[in-house]
Every structure is written in C-alpha cells, then in structure tokens.
Ligand binder design. Structure first.
Ligand code: IVH
Length: 682
C-alpha cells in the first residue's frame, strides 16, 4: 500500500474500533464478536508497527498504557472544579429550593431541575482541543490537579476523538469502578496475597493514581460525565439537560438515570426513586445531585465561596461508619454453625443505629484480623446485614489485643454446651449437639421426620415451629410422647389431622436402621452413607461403639466422615436422645450379616447334604451366610459343621469319620438363633 492508502486504512480502522468500544463500553451492547474486534485490532497494530510515524496518541492501540512516569505533573484547570453543598434530609432540600425560588422570584413548583446520581468515585476533568483528547486531570485543590492523561486514555469509554467544532472543551465527570469489577479485582489481589481495597471508590482511586498506566489499563474503570468546564466554540444551549444530551451525542458516557423534574416535589420523588434503584445499580452512588436546569438561571444564582448556589447534593445515609469492637460473641445457626458477631459501640450507619455486625467465620476474622477493642469500618447497605469491612490498624491499642479464635474462645456451644468442632474442609465451626441443641431443634426435627428418614407424614415446618415455640418438643424423642389433646390444641389442627399425625408418629416407630441413622442428622452422614453404615455394622450398638479405624472399613467413609460420626456419638446429649427414642419404642430389625466379620459363626465352614424337612437348600444357605458362615462343597478337616437331612450320603459318612459335628435342621436353627440374637453376637 502507498502511504496515503495506509493513512486512510489506519483512520478507518481506528474509527471502527472506537465505534465498537463505544458500543461495548458506553452502551453496553457489543456490536461484533470478540474475534472480529481482535482482527481489526491486530491489523491496526501491524500497520502502525510498519509505519511508526503514523502512530498518534489518540489511536486505540495507545489505550494499553504508556511507559511509567517518575511523578505526576500538575495541570491547571481553565475553569476551577468546584464542590457541592450537601443536604441531609428533606427539610434541607426544601430550604435549598426556597433559596433558589427567592433569588429567581418564582413560586412553589416553578423551578425546573436537572437531577442525576451523585457518583461515588473521583472527579476528573478531560480537555479536548479541536476534538482531540489532550489531557486529563484530577480535581486536586480545585484549581490545579494531577496529570493523569495516560491513565484516562486506557479507559475505553473515554472518547479520544470527538466530532465537534469547539476548539476547546473541558469535560467533567467521575471515574468509578463497578461493584462486580471491584469484587473480581479484590479476589485477584487476595489470591496474589496483595492488599485488598476497602470499597469500589478506593479501588478506582488506587487504579487511577498509578504512575504506571499499564496497571490502570489492567483494571476495569468506568467514567460518567456530568458537566463541562471551560469551552471555546461550544454551541450555546439553554439548559444543563441539553448540555448532557449534547455530550451523549458526542459519545460520552452519560448516566441513563438522569432526569428533569419540576419543583421540590419532583426532587424528593426522584430521590426516593433512585434510592430504591440504588442496590440494583452496578456502581455505588452516595446521593443525588439537583441542578437548576436553566443555564441563564444558573448564572443569575452564581456561587458562594467554592460551591454553586444553583446545585446541591442530597446525600443518602452513609453506608459506612467508624466504630469500635467491644466484644466478639458467637451465634449458633439452625445448622449448628457458629457465626462470630462483633458487638459494637452504637453507630449510625445506612440510616439505622447498628450495634452488631457479622464477621462471617474464622477465615474472615483472620483475613481482616479483627480483634476486640479494634476501631473498624462497619458497612450496612440497604437491608443487608451490617458487616465489618476492615480494621483501622493505626488505631489499635498498645499493647495489641490478642487475636480472636472461635474454637479457643468457644470450645463448647454457648447454647447447649456441646463440643464445638471445625471439620478440616469446612469454613465454619459447628456445635456437635445436633439433636439436642435448642438452636438446631427445628432443623433437626424436620430432618428426623423427613420422608427418607423416619417418614412422619404430616409433620411439616409450620407444625414443628409451633411444637418448638411452645416448648412441647425439645428432641425427636419428645415427638413420641405427644398426646392427642396436645396436638389438637395446636393452630390449624383439626381432630382428624391430630389423629392422622398420631398414627404417623406411631407408624414411624417401626423403621430401618439405615433410616434411623440418617434421621439422626449427623452432618457428614447422608442417606447413602447411612445405608452403608447400616449394612456394615448391622446394629446401632456396633455403630456407636465403632472407632475411626472401624469406620474407615466402610465403603466410601473417609477420615472426615468417620470423625464426624465418632464425635456425634461421643456427645452424651446425642446418646441420651437415642436412648429416649429406643425407650419410646422406635425399633428396627438388627440385620446381623455383619457377623461375617465379628459374629460367632464368622468364618465357620458348613457343608449341606441331604434334604432338610422344612428348608430348601437355598434358604439354609442364605441363613447361614447371613450369620457369617460360609458354605463349601466337600467335607474336609477344615469343615466345622455338616448339616444333614434325609438321604444324606457319603458326606455324612465322611463327617463321622473325621469327627466333624453333624447338625439336623432343628439343631441348625437353634445355632442360628443363638448367633443372631444380640447376646449371641457379643
Ligand atoms: S456537579 C459545580 N454532578 O461530587 C458542581 N458532581 O461534592 C460540580 N459528583 O467533586 C459538580 N456526581 O466529583 C456533579 N452528578 C454529579 C456528581 C458530582 C458526583 C462529585 C464530583 C464533585 C463532588 C462535589
């Protein structure tokens, strides 16, 4: 290609790439597949590499960051960047509207206002000369700020070229980070062991004030425009809303949340509306800004000291505040999880007085290193549970308070006194008093009654709530003591349903060992494991006596599950509840094929010969095997018993020769009965 052609192609590519940037970063509606975008990008980059003399600062290839600076230089704003006065509460807004009306000589409701979010980021002034981005500066002291041009260039929603006749234009707006990008960035910082940022605003500030603009380029920053500063050749428009519309036409990112309203009522309604939308916005705002819409009226109103008289910020209640941690206690949840809670010196935040804030779990305490006595930042956004965001370590007392450890502080559950444990793969510490702990009662009862457990039909959560709240049921064993009159006295319980429930409770007494084990609600034991345990141990006593080594013999049971089981049965409260259930008549057939390894017929060898009077061969075989014995085909010195029926032949003769014990059917049944009875298996 000849040079003029290359120039044309480069210009076309730049325009197309910036168009896609605009679609993607400003309008949030991508217009091409990533691969096509990448292709355009590569073509431009190759042409620029081949023709370095054609590279210009406003090429999209220059958005990746420039060489690091030694220091920021200063930029003087052509028109100072002012601040806004704040209004807290409707009365202060009413006073603002009245001042405006008095100065302009208007009646109530006669002033039109442009209203917009108050973005919680950093103020930036962009300078365009003849439509080209030339520099960007922070607010600084209002008249002079820091030159962050290289950094702003990396923000893809900031246009590098605008289509305007204005020879000079200062565009004012706010750089911020979306909450999801903030979370993602902090995850990455944490993974690398780097310092985390406290909130999106600090993260935006930290990302922007980088001497190495490549770092800025790697962070996802957004920009919203809310006005202009100095201008030359800028078309005169009548209102602030028109200015914003004009900026939007020039492809600047302008908030879709902006509006024009009438009078005080309009202001307050907008405040209410945006306050409700606030949690759904992808970025933080800390209030709304009201501006007299007419630019002529703005000029009439003028300024007081460093703030305009024509505008005011109506702030939302602060979502973060400083306070001190007076104590750390734990709350026991319905699954037994111990949640550490900071008890705070009362502080007004997010519109309410907060005295408690969650610390989530031990890992969070460690990560934030929260200690009793610390000064902390508490956050309460919307209806979210207040949480401790960070510790102000500079304010920590000397000597330092000790680190806080849940297990050390609470070896026992503060609600029921059972042991507290933390399984190796779990984030939370838990109370082991499952069946017994009042905090876990409701959940334990529902689990116990579930269809796949004891299957008590009709015992749903509404009923369980009533039984627990009225103190009628403390543990599953208490279910079996409920009378008709008690049940019939509950809300929404007719005679018929009380009877049905009683019948269901009665029916549940006859169950299986697997269901019973599952119903106990041992945290590490699901339905499948319960079945495996039942099959392996055959009796509850054997399971309760098993140690970790025994448990590890069971299919799919690993060290964590085994430990969970032994800890559960080690808890005296849990054993009491089990005892209560058995005493109430809950029972199951104790399957005893576990005697294969432990029973008295374990390893005994049987030979069957002849026809037994009542049992078939298969039945006899099954019974013997169930008791742990094994059947072999021929009689040898290793044979323990020969079971002989009618027409027994050579095998019986051989048994006599070798002196092996011979059993007839009644003798076999007697032996099996002895082996299968609980005493026999001991
Ligand atoms: S107008 C002359 N509009 O709030 C008034 N400011 O306290 C110039 N801010 O430094 C500001 N959102 O960083 C305006 N929609 C908005 C704003 C906004 C956030 C910030 C801005 C300014 C501070 C004033």
């Amino acid at each position: 290609m000849a040079i003029p052609e290359v120039q044309l192609r480069i210009a076309a590519l730049r325009q197309e790439i910036e168009h896609h940037n605009y679609q993607y970063y400003v309008l949030d509606t991508p217009s091409v597949p990533d691969a096509e975008y990448d292709r355009l990008w590569r073509e431009l980059q190759e042409l620029e590499t081949a023709h370095p003399e054609l590279v210009s600062a406003d090429s999209p290839t220059q958005r990746v960051g420039a060489a690091p600076l030694a220091a920021f230089s200063q930029i003087t704003h052509r028109q100072p960047m002012l601040s806004l006065n704040n209004a807290f509460g409707d009365a202060e807004v009413a006073a603002f509207d009245k001042r405006v009306r008095d100065a302009l000589g208007r009646a109530e409701g006669e002033v039109e206002y442009a209203v917009e979010p108050k973005f919680d980021g950093l103020a930036i002034s962009l300078t365009y000369e003849k439509g080209r981005f030339v520099s960007a500066a922070t607010r600084g002291d209002g008249s002079t700020g820091e030159d962050v041009s290289a950094n702003l260039r990396t923000i893809k929603s900031v246009p590098l070229q605008i289509d305007t006749d204005a020879s000079l234009l200062e565009v004012r707006g706010e750089v911020l980070m979306f909450r999801r990008d903030f979370e993602r960035m902090n995850d990455a910082q944490r993974a690398r062991g780097d310092k985390e940022y406290m909130n999106p605003r600090n993260a935006a500030a930290g990302s922007l004030r980088q001497l190495d603009s490549k770092i800025t380029a790697s962070r996802r920053l957004h920009f919203f425009v809310y006005g202009i500063g100095a201008s030359e050749g800028w078309p005169s428009v009548e209102s602030h809303a028109a200015v914003l519309n004009r900026l939007a036409e020039l492809r600047f990112p302008v908030s879709e949340e902006r509006a024009v309203v009438q009078g005080l009522d309009g202001l307050l309604a907008y405040y209410q509306r945006l306050g409700e939308r606030r949690p759904a916005l992808p970025y933080d705002i800390d209030g709304v800004v009201y501006k007299v819409n007419s630019l002529a009226d703005q000029t009439k109103l003028g300024f007081v000291s460093r703030a305009p008289r024509f505008a005011i910020a109506h702030k939302f209640a602060a979502e973060e505040a400083l306070t001190t941690v007076q104590d750390i206690q734990v709350q026991v949840g319905r699954t037994g999880a111990l949640t550490p809670v900071a008890h705070l010196a009362p502080v007004f935040v997010g519109g309410v007085t907060v005295v408690h804030a969650t610390l989530h779990n031990q890992d969070e305490i460690d990560r934030k290193d929260v200690r009793i006595g610390d000064t902390v930042i508490v956050r309460r956004a919307g209806d979210v549970i207040p949480e401790v965001v960070a510790v102000v370590t500079e304010k920590r007392s000397v000597p330092e308070p000790a680190r806080f450890n849940i297990l050390a502080q609470y070896p026992r559950c503060p609600v029921c006194g059972s042991h507290v444990e933390r399984l190796p793969d779990e984030a939370v510490a838990r109370c082991t008093g499952g069946l017994f702990c009042p905090a876990q009662r409701r959940e334990a009862l529902l689990h116990f009654a579930a269809r796949r457990a004891l299957d008590i039909d009709g015992l749903g959560d509404k009923l369980v709530d009533q039984l627990v709240e009225r103190g009628l049921v403390h543990t599953p064993a208490d279910l079996y003591g409920l009378s008709f009159f008690t049940l019939a006295s509950l809300d929404r319980m007719a005679e018929k349903s009380a009877n049905n429930l009683l019948a269901a409770i009665e029916k549940s007494k006859t169950t299986t060992l697997a269901r019973f084990i599952f119903g106990l609600g041992i945290r590490t034991v699901g339905e499948a494991t319960a079945k495996d345990l039942a099959r392996h141990f055959g009796s509850l006593n054997a399971l309760m006596q098993a140690d970790v080594q025994n448990l590890l013999q069971v299919r799919d049971v690993g060290p964590i599950v085994a430990q969970g089981i032994t800890q559960f049965f080690a808890e005296p409260h849990n054993r009491e509840v089990i005892h209560g259930l058995r005493a109430a008549g809950v029972h199951w057939p104790e399957v005893t094929h576990s005697l294969q390894t432990t029973g008295m017929l374990s390893g005994k060898s049987f030979v069957l010969t002849g026809t037994l009077p009542t049992m078939t061969r298969d039945e006899a075989k099954e019974k013997i095997e169930a008791a742990g014995g094994k059947i072999t085909g021929s009689v040898s010195l290793k044979t323990d018993f020969v079971v002989a029926g009618v027409e027994a032949g050579s095998k019986l003769a051989k048994a006599h020769t070798l002196g092996i014990k011979v059993l007839d059917e009644p003798a076999l049944l007697a032996l099996l009965e002895k082996a299968l009875s609980p005493h026999g298996s001991a």
